[in-house]
Design a binder for this molecule. Sequence first.
Ligand SMILES: Cc1ncc(COP(=O)(O)O)c(C=O)c1O
Length: 368
Amino acid sequence: MGNAGQPIDLRSDTVTKPTREMLDAMARADLGDDFFRDDPTVMAFEEEAADLLGLEAAMLVISGTMGNIVSCLAQSSRGESFIVESRAHIQINESGWPSTLAGLTPRPVTGTNGVISPQSLEEAIQDSRSRLGVPSSLLCLENTHNAAGGRVMTPAQIATLAGLAHTNGLRVHLDGARIFNASVALNAPVREFVRDVDTATFCLSKGLSCPLGAVVAGGADVVKEARRWRQVVGGGMRQAGIIAAAGQVALRTMVDRLQQDHENARLLASRLQAAGFDIDVQAVETNILFVKLPEHGFDPHLLHAGLIGRGVVVNPPRGGRVRLVIHRHVSKSDAMTAADLFIEAFHAAQGEDGSPDQRRVADGAAVY
Ligand SMILES: Cc1ncc(COP(=O)(O)O)c(C=O)c1O
């Protein structure tokens, strides 16, 4: 449990709840029917988001996934392929919409820390042009890269990859669900991260704490086309100003504080590293870290149940590692407590500390 007597929820930054200021803004929002472009709060929010990103236009959507879907539909056609890092969210965590909805064949390319190399991008483009290949029309990037542990892609890396893609006639979409984490981590304006791409999405509902919502941004023409696709996928909204009002508060009040999440993530990482876990603290650049688990002599299910039983909520370990995500509801002392409880639950899952603790772990498993 955390110091406030509440479970410490490290499953995702999506568990964050709206602030009082957001709820007040939602209650007071001036509303209209957004289908008719009559909602003044949506219009003002979209303009503010576009200005912040330094792009021509922006559009509110329900979720990051919807933002990725409509951005890609607006810039590709069925029967084409898109190049994507092999562990990108679009590739592994979006229920396969590229094939089912967009008729796109993914060309996954394995990167380092979530970033594909210019050489492998070039090779993937060439392969897609062979007589038997599927022509690529799109490159999808992700920043920060979730499955790589919240790693940041620098504006220079984006410029290189986007330049190569553009030279070869591909469009570039950036899944920037956590782009503000990248911007805060490098202390660089967010517009530098989207300067070289054609479309970018960011989420309001993760570290920025909104109840829902995401943004698609880009040139006026492509956002217009994405708006048409948003309608196709059933994402047209009416008095969406209640979402946009929370988004306005998020952009004004929630970005700078992400620094605190990054510091707490590093604190958690360094405590685990000091206890002998295989963690590179320098690689914890933002609010996400993965803890590698031993392959033998250890039960990941017991670790999971033991953590839940101790009031530390995580997703079940997958692929030999467990993901820990820091956010606004995890204080500095919660991060330290979470590290101590993780170490305790880990030893219990190894069966090193005797039967009483094992019983507690088993109880946790039963409750879960
Ligand atoms: C990198 C990344 N992209 C996209 C999404 C999808 O966002 P949403 O859950 O709002 O659909 C997520 C969600 O966790 C994500 O981590």
